[in-house]
Design a protein around this ligand. Structure first.
Ligand SMILES: [Zn+2]
Ligand SMILES: [Zn+2]
Ligand SMILES: [Zn+2]
Length: 88
């Protein structure tokens, strides 16, 4: 487990993506690279390699700390405030 991060430990069951698309990019017709799912509210948004970086914007704006990768075959969590990473 990631040292010093209590947010990842608090995720009891990892929320899967409801749909494999960025909720914000689909509204504007933008493209994304990878998808991440917020573990606080379940929103699926695009990664920092995507032009709009909706997942990190969401984390900063809403103070939802932890995302999970929404990519098939990837099983990891990331905490923004602690810059902590954990596989599950
Ligand atoms: Zn944390
Ligand atoms: Zn997006
Ligand atoms: Zn959220």
């Amino acid at each position: 487990m990631a040292e010093g991060c209590t947010h990842i430990d608090a995720v009891a069951a990892v929320k899967p993506p409801k749909r494999r698309e960025c909720e914000e990019c689909v509204k504007t017709g933008d493209r994304w690279v990878h998808l991440r799912t917020c573990q606080t509210c379940g929103a699926t948004l695009c990664c920092d390699s995507s032009p709009n970086r909706h997942a990190s914007k969401h984390a900063r704006a809403s103070h939802h700390p932890v995302i999970a990768s929404a990519e098939v075959g990837e099983r990891w969590l990331y905490c923004f405030p602690d810059d902590a990473f954990a596989e599950y």
